[in-house]
Design a protein around this ligand. Sequence first.
Ligand SMILES: Cc1ncc(COP(=O)(O)O)c(C=O)c1O
Length: 404
Amino acid sequence: MFNALPDPGTDPILRSALVFQQDPAPHKIDMGIGIYKDDYGHAPVMASVKAAERRLVEEQETKAYLSGAGNAAFNEQVRGLLFPEAEGGKGSDAGARAVTIQTPGGTGALRVAADFLRGQAPGAKVWIPAQSWPNHRHLFGTVGFRLAEYPWFDMAAGRLDFDRAMAAFHSVAPGDVVILHGCCQNPTGADPDAAQWGEIAQVLAQRAALPIVDIAYQGLGDGLAEDARGLATICAALPEVIVASSCSKNFALYRERTGALSFVGETRAAAEKASGHALHLARANYSMPPDHGAAVVAMVLSDPGLRALWSEELAGMRARMGRIRAAFAAGLSEASGKDFGHIAHQKGLFATVPLTAEMVARLRAGPHIHASATGRLNLAGLTAETVAPVAAAIGAELRELTDA
Ligand SMILES: Cc1ncc(COP(=O)(O)O)c(C=O)c1O
């Protein structure tokens, strides 16, 4: 049977990671896979995480099973991060209507959500941004959903294609599922502003859609609370929202598979019922999520000293992204003869530029710059030293487009 199987194909991001590993060039540059790297090109364990890990090794007395919902302290802390109280304690009531369960990464959260929705709303269409994390299509397609695409990014203008996105939202059918990136849109960095979030929330409420807010980069845009404002706006306008969140990036816990699935219901009791169904499905899948990353996150967030250290580290990551974005935007504009100033103001790790697959191949073969074939660039792969030459090399390719 195995012999007769067709070629399975590979995820484009994982494939480009493999190609990067196999490139023997000593000065190769990885702008492919979506991990945060520091100014030395490393993805280190955060100091706050390391301190919590040490403490955990000392203090943990059992590895006995927890429940399918994972680490209860983690779930409460993550709920607090996603739904922070607004100043003066007058936030939306979304946190009080939410139930959070731990999952194996943000991917695990999306998969449990997809299984849950496939059972409860098999006829729904799942709307995914035209530019998105490739696994969204793969994951919801694998579960058997009909997929639809909504416009997101105007490549020529380098900004959110808001009017066209809104036009598509107006044709969403009641009960359809709409996937939104909570912040730091992957792969474009183009997030809605506060007014645009308001309009999106309004139209989705009018259409009686069920949004899934995928928030994998909280804290890497404008700040922890700031990055959750779009989610708050969606939850304030809609009775039911599903949230997939990840600690892979903001705690640098990638391989520890630490994420969460939150149901925001009309009432907390309704959210509890939904999460109960999700847990039933998780039981038939992985049974329980891995504990280590979640125990670390729970400890960091509940200890004031560790939490302060983590916030500081996260602020440092954010500031570095700001510097790299500014330098890259300036270098790229100069080398290409086209204005890429928007890259300086967009959010998170990624930018998407109009590179063709042939240009990406040339950049890999020549200066050993590895990017994804769709023109997504992980700007965190650049350092103070490499940003100028890389911007010059990519800009030279893009100048061809301008000249053509
Ligand atoms: C938009 C988006 N959602 C979800 C994920 C999943 O993250 P995790 O590694 O926690 O599964 C990623 C990871 O790159 C992502 O970019």
